[in-house]
Design a protein around this ligand. Structure first.
Ligand code: NAD
Ligand code: 6OD
Length: 502
């Protein structure tokens, strides 16, 4: 990948408006009534694409194509042949790395350094992992005693669920979409994907890859649109969709759950977070500062795993806040294709209003804005983007809304603590339970706390270090179920037991 090439492509993109169509039954098609919406580049506010907006009929077309594919070539294909195809999808994403990178950056404005290290490689890695894993999944069997002495043999088989509806957010579009599509396809299902309306690009491009490697028509389908009253809701209500896998806000998860309840369909939900980072005085200070700077500001704070509540042992509190403030001041905003840019914009002007609202609320709730708290002064064209300042807050009560509610921006509140018990109590005082980061060199303390913090994932002296085989998910309103490794296989396939009397 050459950065010069990417840079000039960004300039070209500014003048060339893309067309993102629906991908149904292996073909790019317009929405049935020709409806479209605009896809905006959050770096400069320019329209980058017109996107076909699916209605109920289009969603039905996609679901029917996916259903037909289940009983066609795909449904009959052997496991190894199917998984070979998915390995080729991974290879082809890497072959077309620059195109995925450009599409992802155009939609999100995230810095190239982040997108090329995280988003696109993970898109490929998700397919590679599940192609390998499903080849090696054993099934249970039991020899059962019977009164006649001949016994019985019980064995389990796995079958796909059918058509899986995949509803995705905008923050890590390719990564989070393939995190669900790859295991769903590896288990033999077909999918209808509803990408976020903010980030339709990479899901659309993936359709080309599916065709190039020979994934049969109808296995991977993409319907664009919005949530309520649009493609998202239509997918959740479709009677031929067997399961819904969703990543997004907790409130949206609740709305989807109500919609699927009548059909008693399985759901897998990866939802919001209000994640704590705990920094003890015995931590490696500079590693903790770097780690918390990363876990607060990465992807402009738009990772569900970001730390928005930072608890620091009182003896190092002032020094820590000063050092974190210094890190915030060094973040550079601007052209995402420049290697020197380290922070992108928020996803949209609408989301910026929400984040700025929380900055204002922090002041109203009596907090101190140590740094940031507003919109940065940037030259054109970035002044038309959705940039906000990285922000550090102190002095808020633990009951303040800013400390309780997910902001999803580059902001944290830093609170001092005097004891491990106090830090633990504050960390757990939330409805959310996605992840935590612990910074300490006392390993007994680290393990003790990891067992007591009520979250799905605890990082000790690290953050976002991922092994895709591990269970991933949240407690409380941060999610339902676990994905990753065998946990994804357990969601995307159904176990059936066969009992043979011998
Ligand atoms: P969102 O909930 O607003 O939207 C996510 C998707 O759901 C979009 O495709 C949207 O169109 C669709 N949608 C919205 N309402 C719907 C409805 N009623 N029926 C069907 N579909 C509907 O989330 P977002 O703003 O795109 O993403 C940010 C949120 O996602 C944050 O809360 C973040 O914490 C969360 N998130 C969680 C994880 C995780 O792994 N736990 C990962 C990424 C993002
Ligand atoms: O790394 C992953 O697998 C994952 N699901 C990350 C989620 C990030 C949330 O924004």
């Amino acid at each position: 990948m050459s950065e010069t090439l990417l840079h000039s492509t960004l300039e070209n993109r500014s003048s060339k408006i893309q067309s993102y169509r629906l991908f149904i039954n292996g073909e790019y098609v317009d929405a049935s009534i020709g409806a479209t919406f605009e896809d905006i580049n959050p770096v400069n506010g320019q329209v980058i694409a017109r996107v076909s907006e699916a209605n109920v009929d289009d969603v039905d077309r996609a679901v029917q194509a996916a259903k037909r594919a289940m009983s066609g070539e795909w449904g009959k294909m052997g496991t190894n042949a199917r998984l070979d195809l998915l390995s080729r999808v991974a290879d082809r994403i890497m072959d077309r790395f620059d195109e995925f990178l450009e599409a992802e950056i155009a939609d999100t404005g995230k810095p190239v350094s982040w997108a090329k290290a995280i988003d696109i490689p993970r898109g490929a890695a998700n397919f590679r992992l599940f192609a390998n894993l499903v080849r090696n999944v054993p099934n249970e069997s039991y020899q059962t005693d019977t009164e006649d002495g001949f016994g019985a043999l019980n064995y389990a088989i796995r079958v796909p669920l059918g058509v899986v509806g995949v509803i995705c957010p905008w923050n890590l579009p390719l990564l989070l979409m393939t995190w669900k599509v790859a295991p769903a396809l590896a288990c033999g299902n077909t999918v209808v994907v509803k990408p976020s309306e903010e980030t339709p690009g990479t899901a659309t491009l993936l359709g080309e890859v599916m065709n190039e490697v020979g994934v049969p028509a109808g296995v991977y389908n993409v319907v664009h649109g919005f949530g309520p009253g649009s493609a998202g809701e239509a997918l959740t209500q479709h009677p031929d969709v067997a399961a819904i896998t969703f990543t997004g806000e907790s409130q949206t998860g609740a709305a989807i759950m109500k919609r699927v309840a009548d059909g008693v369909k399985p759901v897998s939900f990866e939802l919001g977070g209000k994640n704590p980072a705990l920094v003890f005085a015995d931590a490696d200070f500079s590693a903790a500062v770097s780690g918390v700077a990363r876990s607060t500001f990465a992807n402009c704070g738009q990772v569900c795993l970001c730390s928005e509540r930072v608890y620091v042992e009182r003896s190092i509190f002032d020094r820590f806040v000063e050092a974190l403030t210094d890190r915030a001041g060094k973040l550079k905003m601007g052209d995402p294709f420049q290697g020197s840019t380290t922070m992108g914009p928020l996803i949209s002007k609408e989301h910026r209003e929400k984040v700025l609202g929380y900055y204002e609320l922090a002041r109203e709730e009596g907090g101190t804005v140590v740094t940031g708290g507003g919109v940065p002064e940037l030259e054109d064209p970035y002044s038309n983007g959705s940039f906000v300042q990285p922000t550090i807050l102190t002095g808020l009560s633990e009951n303040a809304r800013v400390v309780k509610e997910e902001v999803f921006g580059p902001v944290c509140h830093v609170q001092p603590f005097d004891s491990e018990e106090e830090a633990l109590a504050m960390a757990n005082d939330t409805e959310y339970g996605l992840c935590a980061a612990l910074w300490t060199q006392n390993l007994s303390r680290a393990h003790r706390l990891a067992a007591q913090i009520d979250v799905g994932i605890t990082w000790i002296n690290s953050w976002l270090l991922r092994d895709l085989r591990t269970p991933f998910g949240g407690t409380g309103i941060s999610g339902i179920g676990r994905e990753g490794g065998i946990h994804s296989v357990n969601f995307y396939s159904e176990l059936r037991n066969v009992c043979v009397k011998l």
